[in-house]
Design a protein around this ligand. Structure first.
Ligand SMILES: [Zn+2]
Length: 592
């Protein structure tokens, strides 16, 4: 017996069998039952969502000799001929290959004659957006004055390319991408009926390789059955569909996060040995990192992720290994690797070097974190003697690359003690020669003056930490954590910058509204947020009244760029930054 492909064999025979398009099937059935038949239908939607199947179904329903309205019998001569694609009165045209005006003129000619046997002459035009402008015009003339016995069914994957004049003359139906669980259920029904033994996880792999297209899922299953027969093994599915096993992707992601170069090289070697296509692996891995980003953003809809639900928990664990910035950078790096591999003569080496570079990228640290850290060094270091080089210019070191030991320094979560964070061999004091310009930053208040007891300080610190966590913005969170504490006083929340540097104070002051929002969640009431005390006595505030969120202009704000540069150079944070990132300083104006 000749093997009939599943997509044809299991084409829906009634509107009830149409999977995932309830709105379309209900509306069409109602129209057919009430006898209000439009002269032109437009089916739009993604590929494999059932447009052509529905068009044939509609053609059958319109021309069926026996069935009830809206329910083609499937047995009469019209139904069987349409199913086989050989009906005189139903013409299927692929506009992708018949897109010119001549083809449409020919079609109009045919439309003038009555149907040979059945009720309607039906034209199904697939991929109708491919028609030329002239062809669309010719089609429009027919749609404007349609012969009573003619029905047009237009199908397209690109709705936006259809001229408005055509759209306005069609009854429009939009098809949705079919949900993965529905495709899975359909494939399970089919494989059971066909006597195919296949595991659920293998079936899931087939479904998720299809990208939501029922037709693609069915041809993938065809391919698997053709290879394995009625007993399908899981590993056959991965190999046949060119899938990379989720385990391999997870291992690679972990190795990139952990800078495990050996595992990365072994993975590539394993793929080469197994005869896997490395370009395909790279594409899958890039999709995997895209999924990590999606999970990182707190989205866990398997349909959005395009993965079986069973691998979701592990995906979350992997996502925790990276920061958002890491994932964005890694995704960028993938683009480069993929492009590089296209033109490479040694694809393997290109991939290996790409992966090693990614392992390196994953260990670069976000700039905000570094800046916050430098400020902490600077402010924690003991001040020098009075007047000790207070007018010193910023250190100017010749431009150069970031020293390797800095770029690859281990990742340190914000909040650890500064001494721990300092790269080995350098004491914080050395890294951050500190002195304060008396005019702009008076010496910090002594802590025992500002605080009643150490216990209270702990509570303040704790409240600050909880508000910082509630912010949901990593960069702002780490900045706020550089403050020494927060205390709630009635309807006010007072933030104490402690020894935080001017840069951090400024950044926090600009975001008081966001902090007020987070504080409202933690304290369960609305509060006005102010910054008071610390090294800088100027207070800033913002809250529900919408007070300005930026600090008052500093005295002497109108000074020349040279003065500003000079003053900036005296900021401990800036000096410490320049210490690590040597380079010339350029005066830039920052507009608020
Ligand atoms: Zn029939």
């Amino acid at each position: 017996m000749q093997y009939q492909v599943l997509a044809l064999k299991w084409r829906p025979q009634s509107f009830h069998e149409l999977v995932g398009q309830e709105y379309v099937s209900r509306t069409l059935t109602n129209a057919l039952e009430s006898g209000r038949i439009a002269h032109a239908f437009l089916f739009s939607g993604p590929r494999g969502s059932g447009k052509t199947s529905t068009a044939r179904l509609l053609a059958k329903a319109l021309n069926c000799h026996d069935g009830k309205p809206g329910e083609p019998c499937g047995r009469c001569v019209a139904c069987t001929e349409i199913a086989a694609g050989g009906c005189m009165d139903v013409l299927e045209i692929d506009a992708a290959s018949n897109r010119g005006i001549d083809e449409i003129r020919e079609l109009r000619e045919k439309a003038r004659y009555n149907p040979a046997r059945d009720r309607y002459k039906i034209f199904i035009i697939d991929e109708v957006h491919m028609l030329t402008a002239e062809a669309f015009n010719a089609l429009l003339k027919t749609l404007e004055e349609p012969p009573p016995h003619v029905v047009f069914i237009l199908a397209t994957t690109e709705y936006h390319k259809i001229p408005a004049t055509i759209l306005s003359r069609c009854q429009q139906y939009s098809f949705k991408l079919i949900q993965y669980p529905l495709i899975l259920e359909r494939l399970r029904t089919i494989s059971e009926a066909e006597g195919i033994r296949i595991s659920d996880s293998a079936l899931e792999q087939v479904v998720f390789s299809s990208g939501g297209s029922m037709r693609d899922a069915m041809s993938a299953l065809d391919q698997v059955i053709a290879f394995s027969g009625s007993e399908v093994r899981d590993e056959d599915v991965s190999t046949l569909l060119g899938l990379v096993e989720p385990r391999v992707l997870a291992e690679t992601a972990r190795a990139i996060a952990g800078n495990d170069l050996e595992v990365l090289l072994r993975t590539v070697a394993g793929l080469v040995e197994a005869g896997q296509d490395l370009n395909n692996f790279c594409r899958r891995l890039s999709g995997h990192f895209r999924n990590l980003m999606v999970v990182k953003a707190g989205i866990s809809d398997p349909a959005l992720l395009g993965i079986p639900e069973s691998v979701l928990p592990d995906l979350r664990v992997q996502a925790d290994l990276f920061s958002r910035e890491d994932l964005l950078r890694l995704f960028d790096a993938f683009q480069k690797i993929e492009t590089g591999m296209k033109y490479a003569t040694q694809v393997r080496f290109q991939l290996e070097m790409g992966l090693l570079e990614m392992a390196h990228i994953a260990r670069l640290r976000p700039l905000e974190e570094l800046v916050a850290e430098f400020s902490t060094y600077a402010d924690d270091a003991p001040p020098r003697g009075p007047g000790g080089g207070s007018g010193a210019p910023p250190p100017r070191v010749s431009p150069g690359k970031v020293p390797a030991d800095h770029a690859s320094a281990g990742r340190a979560p914000a909040g650890r003690a500064p001494a721990e964070r300092a790269p080995a061999g350098r004491a914080p004091v050395e890294r951050a020669p500190v002195e304060r310009a008396p005019s702009s930053a008076p010496a910090p208040r002594r802590k025992d003056e500002a605080r009643a007891s150490a216990r209270e300080e702990g509570e303040d610190r704790d409240l600050l930490g909880r508000i910082a966590s509630a912010l949901g913005r990593e960069s702002l969170e780490s900045l706020l954590r550089s403050f020494s504490g927060a205390r709630a006083e009635g309807d006010r929340l007072v933030l104490d910058p402690g020894g935080a540097g001017e840069f951090i104070r400024h950044q926090v002051a600009r975001n008081l509204d966001a902090i007020a929002g987070a504080a409202a969640v933690v304290l369960e009431r609305k509060v006005r947020v102010t910054v008071e005390g610390g090294a800088d006595t100027r207070a800033t505030s913002a809250g529900d009244e919408g007070a300005p969120a930026t600090p008052a202009p500093q005295a002497g704000a109108a000074s020349s760029p040279g003065d500003l540069l000079d003053r900036a150079g005296r900021e401990p944070a800036v000096r410490s930054f320049l210490d690590t990132f040597p380079g010339p300083v350029k005066a830039e104006k920052i507009d608020e």
